[in-house]
Design a protein around this ligand. Structure first.
Ligand code: CDP
Length: 215
């Protein structure tokens, strides 16, 4: 079977950057599971579906009309690469992510992702639920301040306006919701290695993961 590396952790812990670079280095595929939750939330919003409507959102998620092409994300043929990264969409994603039927609907999409020659999967429950037999499981953490300032930089670089105070508030709310939900709450798998990235550059974090993988 092809190797799977899971990288889980809270919002803005550096998962996306680290997972993407590790995948590139090893020539593996990269699964951004958060994008699936974000796309589902965005689609619900665009179709005027209430974020509590579990049945309607789950049925949409089961046949999510999305495509990933050369770093761009399409939803129903519209390029939503930037729209899907918006902070409101992240918040909406964490609201629909508490719904068990929605999580279940997204399981097949994630498990069916391209594996060969290997996969790096980034999310909240990659090591605990989706890939329990992964070769290496990493759980990234970082202080709330470090995470808020990273997210701030990301948004500003993209030309999206951001406010530090609101970011810290969103981040805390999202952590609380992700950790308190009954289905697949955010927590490290028992066999995960925990890496605090507060004082690390992305490159240092990537190197740690590569060294663990090589061991
Ligand atoms: O990049 P950021 O960490 O802000 O967000 P993301 O990874 O794109 O995920 C957005 C939201 O989707 C998270 O706050 C989670 O509530 C949810 N999510 C999840 O429940 N399970 C996953 N495997 C991935 C994301």
């Amino acid at each position: 079977p092809s190797p799977v590396i899971t990288i889980d952790g809270p919002t803005a812990s550096g998962k996306g950057t680290v997972a993407h670079r590790v995948a590139k280095h090893l020539g593996f595929h990269y699964l951004d599971s958060g994008a699936l939750y974000r796309l589902t939330a965005l689609m619900a919003t665009l179709h005027g579906i209430a974020l509590e409507d579990e049945t309607a959102i789950a049925s949409m998620a089961r046949t999510l009309p999305c495509r990933f092409v050369h770093g761009h994300v399409f939803l129903e043929d519209a390029d939503v690469t930037d729209a899907v990264r918006a902070e409101e969409v992240g918040v909406a994603a964490s609201r629909i992510a508490v719904l068990p039927a929605v999580r279940q609907a997204l399981v097949d999409l994630q498990v069916a992702f391209r594996y060969t020659p290997g996969l790096v999967a980034d999310g909240r429950d990659m090591g605990t639920v989706i890939f329990p037999d992964a070769s290496l499981k990493v759980f990234l953490t970082a202080s709330a301040e470090a995470r808020a300032s990273r997210r701030y930089k990301q948004l500003i670089e993209k030309g999206i306006s951001a406010n530090m105070e609101n970011l810290v508030k969103d981040l805390m709310e999202r952590d609380a919701r992700d950790s308190a939900r009954s289905t697949a709450p955010l927590k490290p798998a028992p066999d995960a290695i925990i890496l605090d990235t507060s004082e690390l550059t992305a490159e240092e974090a990537v190197n740690k993961v590569l060294v663990w993988y090589a061991q």
